[in-house]
Write a protein that binds this ligand. Structure first.
Ligand code: PMP
Length: 416
């Protein structure tokens, strides 16, 4: 195993990958691992599946950056429109971060208000405004994720507490300032939906208050269902952001929204509109991969999502049963095929009782698991794909139990 320190200060060793096929990744020493991250969830059909690979190769013969609208973009927009009632018009960009940055700007322009409500535990990308969030310890206070975020931007973000009635009241109180509220229907940081009713109430509250309700479906879109969280939870937001699984592993993003709001991108007579666009927005390779992925998911949606749900349950249930019966403080929480391994002493849906920082066992568990042929990302998030077979799931379950026993015999659970 070749290792290198990770960026960002974690001491978790990293494998250096040279290739990936199906659900397996191969490192530069030719070791194979079953991958549990799958490109942060973007490779939902698997690594380099023929259906996406062929589309990329075909497109590579035709060119890969036109800088102008392509016929494939029009076909892709048609498919995305079928994913939910909010998706009346679509704008392409190059990543999920671009999508949330552009969507926030559009909501500010549409409402002529500046503040965006963001929930504690949320992740919306790498731009400055997305890295001002609620302090996990004190959700009503603001915290910056990492250094370098100007304090001057703090007044443009309002931290809200996910799942709470106070958040709904805060939206009512601040309706004169709030342009939008952005929410992941299921948070990757804690993939449990405590109350589907609350999500509906959030939507209704925003609508009553003239606040744009923005669903960040970069992770959940085309993963929880073809229609993502919109269809799984019966939501009908104003704007939606996409990325990740949409493009089957290539860099891409999209902003979808109600026609009336999306008009802010049109150049008016005076040339004033919301600026959006970048050199690689809607680039032909990403659009080809997206079109192939979404066509495949749409055609196979009846069986695809049922089987992804089954694999996810087949992985989670025996492990949680084993950890519970062996009194081990580990647990996998999940919604659909979004899973996260947490350090917690009992099954809990309370995010304050659980941590994805696995404490003293963190690196050890990771290394023991690698030794058993399974790669778990440092975030401890798990995103299965259609390429994970029943046999692969059994191997993962055995490897995780083995890694738990390794950690136990090293005495690592002793003080937990
Ligand atoms: N929003 C959500 C919900 C995400 O999960 C992510 C990526 N993890 C982003 C936005 C940012 O997307 P990207 O990494 O493509 O910039």
């Amino acid at each position: 195993m070749t290792t290198a320190p990770t960026l960002g200060g974690s001491m978790t060793p990293q494998v250096i990958i040279q290739s990936a096929h199906g659900c397996r990744i191969t490192d530069i020493d030719n070791n194979d691992y079953i991958d549990l991250s799958m490109g942060f969830g973007s490779n939902i059909i698997g690594h380099s599946p023929a259906v996406v690979q062929n589309a990329i190769i075909d497109q590579a013969h035709k060119g890969w950056n036109f800088g102008l609208t392509s016929d494939s973009q029009l076909k892709l927009a048609d498919l995305i429109r079928q994913a939910g009632p909010a998706n009346e018009r679509i704008l392409f960009c190059a990543s999920g971060s671009e999508a949330t940055a552009i969507a926030m700007r559009a909501a500010r322009a549409y409402t002529n208000k500046d503040v965006v409500g963001v929930f504690g535990g949320a992740y919306h990308g790498v731009h400055d405004a997305a890295l001002i969030t609620a302090d996990p310890e004190h959700p009503s206070k603001k915290a910056h994720v990492g250094l370098g975020i100007p304090d001057a931007l703090d007044s443009t973000v309002e931290p809200l507490s996910y799942g709470s009635a106070e958040a709904l009241q805060r939206i009512r109180d601040l309706k004169g300032q709030l342009a939008a509220v952005i929410v992941e229907p299921v948070q990757s940081s804690f993939p449990v939906v405590e109350s589907e009713i609350w999500l509906k109430e959030l939507e209704t509250t925003c609508r009553e208050c003239g606040v744009v309700i923005m669903l960040d479906e970069v992770m959940t879109g085309f993963r929880l269902a073809f229609g993502g969280g919109q269809s799984k939870f019966g939501l009908s937001p104003d704007m939606v952001t996409y990325g990740k699984a949409m493009a089957g592993g290539l860099p891409a993003g999209a902003v979808a929204g109600r026609a009336e709001i999306m008009k802010v991108f049109e150049r008016s007579n005076h040339g004033s509109s919301v600026f959006a666009g970048s050199a690689f927005a809607g680039n032909p390779l990403s659009v080809a991969a997206s079109l192939a992925t979404l066509s495949y998911l749409h055609e196979n949606r009846e069986s695809f999502y049922g089987s992804l749900e089954e694999s996810s349950a087949d992985l989670t249930d025996p492990l949680n049963a084993y950890w519970s019966s062996s009194n081990t403080p580990l647990h996998i929480i999940r919604n659909g095929s979004m899973l996260r391994m947490m350090l917690q002493h009992r099954a809990t849906s309370n995010r304050n009782d659980a941590s994805s920082n696995l404490g003293p066992i963190d690196d050890a568990f990771f290394v023991h698991l690698l030794g058993r042929g399974v790669a778990l990302h440092a975030s401890r998030s798990i995103y299965l794909s259609a390429a994970h077979t029943r046999e692969d799931i059994n191997i993962i379950v055995d490897a995780m139990i083995g890694a738990t026993e390794d950690c136990a015999s090293d005495g690592l659970f002793r003080n937990l």
